[in-house]
Ligand binder design. Structure first.
Ligand SMILES: Nc1ncnc2c1ncn2[C@@H]1O[C@H](COP(=O)(O)OP(=O)(O)OP(=O)(O)O)[C@@H](O)[C@H]1O
Ligand code: SF4
Ligand SMILES: [Mg+2]
Length: 332
């Protein structure tokens, strides 16, 4: 474990939405959807926490609430010593410089009517960085170089760029204000496989160069395998397993992690890995199952009545490894 004080502390975070009835979300609310359900983790400075789970499990909601782009319903977040939910608006604006987000869809997150130069100038103006035109121009040139784009791209519009180039612009925009903490919300999911590795390498170089701390969101364990120091696996708003990456990939304890891992290709064809195919869809977060939320799909042979009635706590099951399963100690 890294001994440095954590740069990011998330404690017991809760975020819920009113569940709406009817088509297009109109109609009276019928209860609440708990998209983030008592989530806790820490990230040491310069490290990466990979956050993995299926679509709809609450990853983006968690990320946005941590950055206070959404207001929380409970819990505490500390970033770089600042208690994020206790900050007044002016203090929050100052902290925004230190925490930035890169989105999955670089096309959707870039304004189609703004050139790359305008996109990169905007945060500099908001945060009053680079007072003169010349200072801003040299900052933009430096940012483009940092993300591996020729400076002539400054005059381009998003539609003139490839997916990988657009994501590089998204990364440059996040970096422009010199943050310490970056949330990467599925930054390579929308890119061609051939481009994914290049962008992952870029993110890793930038992390080293600027000692950045990452919360790296992905929907499968393959993407964060080589970049994450720790990995948290999320299911229906809860973390079900959290461990240092080498431990989680080598000896996962939660049946859900095991099933996700069984889908990750193994480079060595001599290594046989049992493929676990989950049956059934992810249950609706509007009516989560009783007991262990994973029980309707769980392939664990010891699964029993307790799994249907008693919620397993996220508990230590090995040094530095947490899992939320009554049978985490039993081999599957
Ligand atoms: N603004 C909102 N209003 C109501 N419900 C929402 C809202 N945003 C998200 N949700 C619900 O919260 C849950 C979590 O959604 P979220 O987008 O955080 O999941 P995700 O893990 O990021 O999924 P994906 O992998 O598809 O991006 C889902 O059930 C979603 O429908
Ligand atoms: S508590 Fe039971 S249902 Fe839940 S993951 Fe463990 S074995 Fe499966
Ligand atoms: Mg998402």
């Amino acid at each position: 474990m890294n001994e440095a004080a954590p740069l990011v502390i998330v404690e017991d975070l809760v975020k819920q939405f009113p569940a709406r009835r009817g088509l297009w979300g109109f109609g009276r609310p019928r209860g609440m959807v708990r998209a983030v359900d008592h989530v806790s983790f820490r990230i040491a400075p310069g490290q990466t926490l990979g956050l993995v789970g299926e679509s709809g499990c609450g990853k983006s909601t968690l990320a946005r609430t941590v950055l206070r782009l959404l207001e929380p319903d409970g819990g505490r977040v500390v970033v770089d010593g600042a208690d994020v939910f206790a900050l007044r608006p002016a203090e929050l604006r100052a902290l925004r410089r230190r925490m930035q987000i890169v989105f999955q869809d670089p096309y959707g997150s870039l304004n189609p009517r703004m050139t790359v130069r305008q996109t990169l100038v905007e945060p500099l103006v908001i945060h009053r960085l680079g007072r003169t035109g010349a200072a801003r121009e040299s900052r933009i040139a430096a940012l483009l170089e940092e993300v591996g784009l020729d400076r002539q791209f400054a005059a381009s519009y998003p539609h003139e760029l490839s997916g990988g180039q657009r994501q590089r612009v998204g990364i440059a925009r996040a970096l422009s204000v010199e943050p310490t903490f970056l949330v990467l919300d599925e930054p390579v999911s929308a890119l061609d496989v051939s481009v994914q590795a290049q962008v992952l390498n870029l993110l890793s170089d930038l992390q080293q160069r600027h000692h950045l701390t990452y919360l790296f969101i992905a929907h499968d364990l393959a993407v964060v395998k080589y970049s994450a120091d720790h990995v948290a696996v999320m299911y229906l708003g809860k973390i079900v397993e959290l461990a240092p990456a080498p431990v989680l990939y080598k000896s996962p304890r939660h049946p859900y992690t095991k099933s996700l891992l069984s889908a990750v290709p193994v480079p060595d064809p001599r290594v046989e890995r049992q493929r676990i195919v989950l049956t059934g869809d992810v249950p609706s977060p509007m009516s989560p199952p009783s007991g262990c939320p994973f029980h309707p799909r769980c392939p664990h042979p010891k699964k029993d009545a307790r799994c249907r009635t008693e919620l397993p706590a996220l508990r230590q099951v090995a040094p530095a490894q947490l899992a939320a399963c009554h049978f985490a100690e039993d081999p599957m």
